[in-house]
Design a protein around this ligand. Structure first.
Ligand code: ATP
Ligand code: MG
Length: 259
């Protein structure tokens, strides 16, 4: 469904120590697929290029080169319909929600813009969306700061779902939540994947989450893929020392690089 080939993205950055300008190769020739209805996890150390890949997929960055195909056609966001197909969930729920809008308006805006819903149909759809993320209509009248972190992330997910996307890019969506709320949001994503066939690119540092949530895993290091495959294969038989090192930090997942 989503096919990425030879993706490259560099940034011009100024060195903090000597002030010289240099190019940083954030993503360096990355190719992978996210088959329809599957959850692919993108893992790797900080700065390995995960967010940059997601931002290229949803059009927030323009790649230097490479191809991103969605159902066989280049992914461009030139129509309303195409813009709704890929939705991005960020780690920081505060910055993704307008602090001056109540939940009802936050959910209503895209429903009016994309589907022209009004009146009773609009209110009904808001309640359905809230129900699908385990929230009640009680949050409709609340501002983002009046919600808990877990409720806010559910509202963000509900807003993403309101656009009926085919692909959800979830960039560390649970890192700022406490462990029990993390588990709830993760099981919600799994449910949505199973019930709606929603494809998800899930970005995380946490390999335990990968094991419980994802079908496929892509391991990234310094902008390049070091290993990719089905989660059970990569976790049972990691082919690369880097993957073994990442896995050695997960209790009971796999032997470390020296084993
Ligand atoms: N707008 C930008 N300008 C300059 N450099 C950037 C920019 N965005 C990212 N980079 C650099 O590109 C590299 C990859 O960054 P990216 O944010 O994709 O990493 P990441 O894997 O998401 O890291 P983390 O796990 O910390 O979120 C880093 O070296 C980063 O400093
Ligand atoms: Mg990131």
């Amino acid at each position: 469904m989503v096919c990425i080939t030879g993706l490259k993205k560099s940034f011009i950055a100024q060195s903090p120590s000597h002030g010289r300008i240099k190019a940083v190769m954030a993503v360096d020739g990355v190719s992978f697929e996210i088959p329809g209805g599957r959850i692919a996890a993108l893992v790797g150390e900080s700065g390995s290029g995960k967010t940059t890949i997601a931002r290229c997929i949803c059009g927030l960055e323009t790649p230097d080169s490479g191809e991103i195909l969605y159902n066989g056609a280049p992914l461009v966001f030139d129509t309303k319909d195409k813009r709704r197909m890929v939705q991005y969930i960020f780690q920081d729920t505060f910055s993704s929600l307008n602090p001056r809008m109540k939940t009802g308006e936050i959910l209503g805006e895209p429903l009016i813009f994309h589907f022209n819903l009004r009146g009773g149909a609009l209110e009904e759809e808001k309640l359905l969306l809230l129900g699908s993320v385990g929230l009640s209509g009680a949050v409709l009248d609340k501002y983002p700061h009046e919600l808990s972190g877990g409720q806010r992330q559910r509202v963000v997910i509900a807003r993403a779902l309101s656009m009926r996307p085919g692909l959800l890019l979830a960039d560390e969506p649970v890192s700022s939540l406490d462990v029990s709320v993390q588990a709830q949001v993760l099981s919600l994503l799994k449910e949505l994947n199973e019930a709606r066939g929603l494809s998800i690119l899930f970005i995380t540092h946490d390999l335990r989450v990968v094991k419980s949530l994802a079908h496929d895993v892509i391991v990234l290091k310094e902008g390049k893929i070091v290993e990719k495959g089905k989660v059970e294969d990569v976790f049972l038989r990691p082919g690369q020392d880097y993957t073994k090192l990442l896995l050695s930090c997960v209790p009971g997942a796999a032997p470390g690089p020296g084993a």
